[in-house]
Design a binder for this molecule. Structure first.
Ligand SMILES: NC(=O)c1ccc[n+]([C@@H]2O[C@H](COP(=O)([O-])OP(=O)(O)OC[C@H]3O[C@@H](n4cnc5c(N)ncnc54)[C@H](O)[C@@H]3O)[C@@H](O)[C@H]2O)c1
Length: 453
């Protein structure tokens, strides 16, 4: 693991030092210091907002981390015309070999394999047959891989979250701007059927002015977190040494699209609260043998984190994280506006003035008119593929943007702002739910309205 990222333990003084100080509105009780805020960081590099990819006749992708997610996205990439996998990297040689066999089974030349340890991706990125480096490594490696890729002249895409600290968020922004390479957060949930349909309705004004949204990652991971393989090898660790909203982007990415974040609004500040921790301790009691080294761990992450984000235009977002209690899967995925409401799980709408009184209408009523053009075009091909088809839509759209030289749907500023709730909620929790300012990673660029191509 790289030193640092997983345990930045930002102190209040560190945060104030790195963030700068602004406005006197939010004061920590009993403290005369202004609350945490982020001053603009001065740089000479121009913004990456609205910068198109160069056109590519073919798209050559390298994957770092060929575990569960890396090999699942590999399957999606291999299904696309004109997309080639030229290099693969994993610290476990067998996993890289298995992924390499998937590439040759799909009729492509054998990719180069990089399996010589945790930093071998630094050799991979120097190849001259790669356009885009995608990382599906454990969280602490996302930023180092993306930075190495951009510095070597490649566009980068990262699994979620893109970063685990504010310093990493800024490092991604600065590297993208100085190298003129894109860094995308590969947030597949933005491309899910319901989310794209709702976004289409939002953009056509069906909910009026949006006021409030709910986003979440609610997923019972107790069993997975204790496995001796895959994510069980690394994903339990932050429960022992970090707190906050670890995995914000599956819920927050689509909500950011609804609310036009970085296209006329931005996240301004956040307050956060967590419940006590019970889930992992109780699970260990009943499932983990008493002589296991896992009994030396203590869990500090509260079972349920609820954070509230205020946007610059005054809208409010509830952001929840709950992965250690029994529950069906749920991303909340809800919006409320002056003309109606959408709630997911199950998907249902209520629009002002509708026939039939105050009852929700099912999503089927809206599919004919509002299915997103990408789903109209690709829905059949996506059927039965990863995560209900959204992984295919994400991969297809990425390839389209690279081939046609389009502006990517998601950029480094989104990667930074959608990932920032983890360190910001952690800082808020450490200070009695104090409001904590989001840095303006765009340095003012968020104000210009833009539509997605
Ligand atoms: N978007 C989604 O729907 C989705 C779903 C699952 C996981 N994920 C994300 O994908 C990432 C990977 O998760 P996963 O489930 O595949 O975990 P995993 O443990 O199955 O895979 C991670 C892989 O990275 C390899 N690895 C570790 N350090 C490395 C390094 N320095 N260089 C190269 N390889 C390295 C491991 O050997 C492993 O094969 C995580 O960030 C996770 O949050 C996203």
């Amino acid at each position: 693991m790289p030193s640092g990222p997983f345990d930045p333990r930002l102190s209040r003084r560190d945060l104030i030092k790195s963030a700068g100080v602004a406005g006197a509105a939010m004061i920590w009780p009993g403290d005369t210091e202004p609350a945490l805020a982020a001053a603009p960081v001065h740089t000479t590099a121009p913004s990456m907002i609205g910068v198109p990819f160069e056109r590519h006749d073919t798209v050559r992708i390298a994957i770092v981390g060929t575990g569960l997610r890396g090999s699942s996205m590999l399957t999606e990439f291999l299904s696309l015309d004109g997309v080639f996998i030229t290099a693969l990297c994993d610290i476990v040689p067998e996993k890289a070999r298995r992924a390499g066999a998937m590439v040759t089974a799909a009729g492509q030349p054998a990719p180069a394999l990089y399996t010589a340890g945790e930093h071998d991706f630094e050799r991979l990125v120097t190849r001259d047959d790669i356009d885009f480096v995608y990382t599906a490594t454990p969280w602490p490696w996302h930023t180092p891989v993306c930075i190495a890729a951009m510095k070597a002249g490649k566009h980068a895409g990262t699994e979620v979250p893109a970063a685990t600290s504010l310093d990493e968020c800024w490092a991604l922004v600065h590297t993208s701007e100085s190298t003129r390479r894109h860094c995308l957060i590969m947030e597949n949930c933005c491309y899910d059927f319901n989310e794209m349909l709702v976004d289409t309705m939002v953009k056509r004004g069906m909910f009026g002015e949006l006021l409030y949204a709910e986003a979440a990652y609610i997923h019972d991971l107790r069993s997975l977190l204790f496995e001796d393989r895959d994510e069980g090898l690394w994903r339990r660790l932050p429960h022992t040494n970090r707190q906050g909203n670890f995995y914000p982007t599956h819920g927050l990415g689509p909500v950011a699209w609804y609310l036009d974040i970085h296209r006329g609004d931005r996240f301004d500040y956040l307050v956060s609260m967590s419940t006590p921790e019970r889930g992992l301790s109780l699970w260990r009691e009943t499932h983990v043998p008493k002589d296991s080294p896992k009994w030396r761990e203590s869990y500090v992450e509260g079972d349920i984190n609820s954070s509230l984000i205020k946007t610059a235009r005054g809208r409010t977002i509830l952001l929840e994280h709950a992965v250690t209690t029994p529950t069906p899967y749920d991303r909340l995925n809800s919006i409320r506006g002056t003309k109606g409401v959408f709630k997911d799980y199950p998907a249902r709408f209520y629009l002002d003035g509708q026939q039939g009184g105050e009852s929700f209408r099912p999503i089927d009523d809206f599919k004919a008119e509002y299915t997103h053009p990408l789903w109209q075009r690709l829905g059949q091909l996506a059927e039965g593929r990863g995560h209900g088809g959204m992984d295919y839509i994400l991969a297809w759209r990425l390839a389209q943007c690279l081939k046609e030289g389009l502006v990517p749907d998601i950029d480094v500023y989104d990667a930074a702002a959608w990932s920032a709730p983890w360190p910001l909620s952690e800082a808020s929790l450490k200070h009695g739910s104090m409001p904590v300012k989001f840095p303006d990673f765009t340095r003012g660029g968020w104000q210009a309205p833009r539509s997605r191509a």
